[in-house]
Design a protein around this ligand. Sequence first.
Ligand code: CO8
Length: 259
Amino acid sequence: MSCETIKVHVEADKVGVITLNRPKQLNALSDQLMDELGAALKAFDAEEKIGCIIITGSEIAFAAGADIGAMAQYSFVDAYKGDYITRNWETIRSIRKPVIAAVSGFALGGGCELAMMCDFIIAADNARFGQPEIKLGVIPGSGGTQRLPRAVGKSKTMDMVLTGRMMDAAEAERAGLVSRVVPDSQLMHEALGAAIAIAGFSRIAVMAAKESVNRAFEGTLSDGLMYERRLFHALFATRDQKEGMDAFVNKRAANFTHQ
Ligand code: CO8
């Protein structure tokens, strides 16, 4: 796959790594970048050997938001009719394999929203998160007002969205936005460690776990609990469940075949 705004490679034969690559614009998320990102995510999702995907940026920026230069002159009609800057933003929601955001530097506006669309965020200690759209005369447009409160609550979300201030990595970890913070030099090592571990588990169980956790943000508790129970029961139809439990009982390493 030929890409101009992202780099794509495979680690350990089972982890797909996508690196956002518009360094001069601090990885601002252009339509082209979002198209290429969506295509790369779909390709990794469809590739049998891949068990987990990482999205990362540079040391300076994960992504500094949607491309302000490109959208500055758009009218409402342009934006609405062309589905401008929205059309490929939700592709990531359709990805069934886990997606980790490995965030270093700025994750602002659409960059913060992109990180939040991932299944979890591992942050470098220099990471900074923010929804500064208010300073541009607009509001977050790709989930910032919806996913951020689910992650950090109303008060901190209102603070971030209304003042446009940034949150550093330590505050983001305290608030529950990120799952771990590591020294910047360790970011990819840490993210790859998590991704390789995930890719070694039963792919069916991993996808079911992701689906079930995401369900917690969609409906009622009783619906979510029922959904989880049904998936849990269904996993007893897989060979991987037999293998995983047999391996535990017989004190050996499990060899999952994703069936
Ligand atoms: N878009 C385009 N170019 C950008 C962006 C951006 N978001 N951010 C930085 N750049 C460019 C700068 O213009 C500059 O280019 P040049 O060298 O040609 O002048 C280069 O990157 C470096 O930037 P700075 O010189 O500003 O670097 P600093 O270190 O001084 O500052 C900051 C770094 C703080 C990150 C600063 O660049 C900044 O504030 N950037 C804008 C952040 C922002 O407002 N992001 C939100 C954008 S709006 C948005 O994301 C809405 C999302 C809605 C999604 C809807 C989808 C459905």
